[in-house]
Design a protein around this ligand. Structure first.
Ligand code: FES
Ligand code: FES
Length: 170
């Protein structure tokens, strides 16, 4: 028996988008395969790595743990919404300046998760950043450079540079 497709509409990085998907489609597959936003990565099949982290209605979410249909009508931010090559947002600048990545595979999810952290806690300690990183796994950096990058972003924010990139709706 054919599975009936359903329409899922979201506002993603400030733009209204929709696509027909099977009800079983994971949110990460909807974003990557149907909306063609491939910055959000898939790094595991056990919901542990955090490479797929996005923001849904302002909260960090692992997009492999939600069905696309559950996100219908919601506001989503992915790494593509943070900033542009010519206009990096403070989190991207922090990763650039502090060498917060090596292979870069985890980086989209890490940056989005750390944005959520800074929105809740604009001046986190090293320990609070490390606790915030619990849900995202980086196999390359040893984390210290990521902590430095997040602190750099927090400093830029304290100087008045908005954490919100052009594509963000919050
Ligand atoms: Fe690893 Fe989602 S792909 S937590
Ligand atoms: Fe390679 Fe994090 S930079 S996994």
């Amino acid at each position: 028996m054919a599975i009936e497709a359903v329409n899922v509409s979201v506002t993603i990085n400030g733009e209204k988008r929709s696509a027909e998907v099977e009800p079983r489609t994971l949110l990460v597959h909807y974003i990557r395969d149907h909306l063609n936003l491939t910055g959000t990565h898939i790094g595991c099949d056990t919901s542990q790595c955090g490479a797929c982290s996005i923001m849904v209605n302002g909260k960090a979410v692992k997009s492999c743990t939600m069905l696309a249909v559950q996100a219908d009508g919601m506001e989503i931010t992915t790494v593509e919404g943070l900033g542009t090559v010519d206009n990096l947002n403070p989190m991207q600048t922090g990763f650039w300046e502090e060498h917060g990545l090596q292979c870069g595979y985890c980086t989209p999810g890490v940056m989005v998760a750390m944005m959520a952290l800074l929105e809740d806690n604009p001046n986190p300690t090293d320990e609070e950043i490390r606790m915030g990183l619990e849900g995202v796994i980086c196999r390359c950096t040893g984390y210290q450079f990521i902590v430095n990058a997040v602190k750099h972003a927090a400093k830029l924010m304290a100087e008045g540079k908005s954490l919100v990139g052009e594509g963000l709706s919050q």
